[in-house]
Design a protein around this ligand. Structure first.
Ligand SMILES: [Mn+2]
Length: 372
């Protein structure tokens, strides 16, 4: 893939400049990459004198992510649902760091102006005036940093703040710079001269909360090794601590000789009226197709290189009067399902290879047709 970041920067500026008021949505959990890339576009709107408002539908889960929001004074509005927002006030919306730009209730109300993400594109997404979806970069912040090089309207102090927050976005999503490709390296080279090291230090010195430490202990006490996989449940989790599941998966993969670490918990949402089984998957194997693996478990999830996640909705079980029994059933079912998937990995590998081959043939076919 060859991206022209100068042309991309010019295109997004020409799209934004004619807008009245833009809504910027963080669709998933506000993690460093989602916050950084959304804030980048927020600052760009500001620099172009276009009004913009940033929204998320859940609060930042990790203390370090909350620290980013407060340290950079990021004006992030948390809403329970998208229905709480009066869409007619906005002329368009932006989604960063999420595989799809579709949002319930706003299709045909306001257009999606910009959609940036570092996952492979999905086919049935809403249309966007400008879109970059590519898994050739480790983070959405990489795309923003490379466009930023060609944008001259940012005030000096904003440049340093943006460089710092984008640096954090890349660092987090590349697992501490462990998974970088050429675009990520280019972005870091650019940001290196601009970011503020003391701000990074401040954010990285925020400790895990006591709650997260307890979940980690629970997970470590319940680790099951099946063949070359590690599976661990953390028990029931309050919504605002959901990201801890991913952090624990990172930690367990790092500290065990396994191919895959799966950490799951039962996460309460909406004041305990909704319940999900929420799982994070981590691998060091570059060719392990986590997306294909996850799609064999549920449609509600996905993956890319090295990481993936899925959810299973079990709202009805919020009525279960015995949490202990409920957790036993969740754990029993999740372990059984994951072990079955591990046993069927041969089939999944073939499916994955077949899909990649079909994609390549399709691309060649399109190319041949264009050249005709
Ligand atoms: Mn990301």
């Amino acid at each position: 893939m060859n991206l022209d970041f100068k042309e991309s920067a010019n295109t997004i500026i020409s799209i934004l400049r004619v807008q009245k008021h833009i809504a910027i949505f963080i669709k998933g959990s506000p993690d460093p990459d989602a916050i950084a890339s959304s804030y980048f576009l927020y600052c760009l709107c500001n620099a172009l004198h276009v009004q913009a408002t940033m929204f998320a539908f859940m609060p930042a889960s990790l203390p370090s992510n909350r620290e980013i929001i407060s340290l950079f004074s990021i004006p992030l509005h948390i809403e329970d649902t998208i229905k709480a927002i009066n869409m007619r006030r906005y002329s368009g919306y932006i989604v960063c760091d999420f595989q799809t730009a579709a949002l319930e209730g706003i299709v045909n109300v306001i257009p999606c102006l910009i959609h940036l993400d570092h996952h492979a594109p999905v086919e049935d997404d809403v249309s966007a005036h400008f879109r970059i979806l590519t898994d050739d970069v480790a983070s959405t912040s990489t795309l923003c940093a490379l466009m930023m090089q060609y944008i001259s309207c940012f005030p000096r102090d904003v440049i340093h703040l943006l460089a710092t927050v984008l640096y954090l976005g890349i660092k987090t999503d590349s697992d501490n710079f462990n998974h970088l490709n050429k675009y990520d390296v280019m972005a870091i080279e650019y940001l290196n001269q601009l970011y503020i090291p003391s701000m990074i230090e401040k954010i990285e010195s925020v400790p895990l909360s006591l709650y997260s430490q307890r979940l980690l202990q629970h997970a470590m006490a319940n680790v099951v090794i099946y063949k070359d996989w590690l599976i661990a449940g953390v028990g029931f989790v309050e919504e605002e601590h959901r990201d801890t599941i991913a952090i624990i998966a990172d930690y367990l993969l790092e500290n065990n000789h396994v191919e895959l670490a799966v950490v799951y918990g039962a996460v309460y949402h909406n004041n305990h009226t909704k319940l999900d089984i929420d799982a994070s998957l981590r691998t060091k194997k570059e060719d392990l197709d986590l997306n294909e693996l996850i799609k064999n478990i549920t449609a509600d999830g996905g993956g890319r290189k090295y990481k993936g996640a899925f959810q299973v909705h079990i709202d009805f079980f919020v009525y279960c009067p015995d949490q202990g029994k409920l957790w036993d059933i969740i754990a029993l079912t999740t372990h059984h399902s994951l072990k079955n998937i591990r046993d069927g990995m041969y089939k999944i590998t073939i499916q994955s290879k077949f899909k990649k081959l079909t994609k390549t043939i399709k691309k060649l076919f399109i190319k041949a047709n264009k050249e005709k």
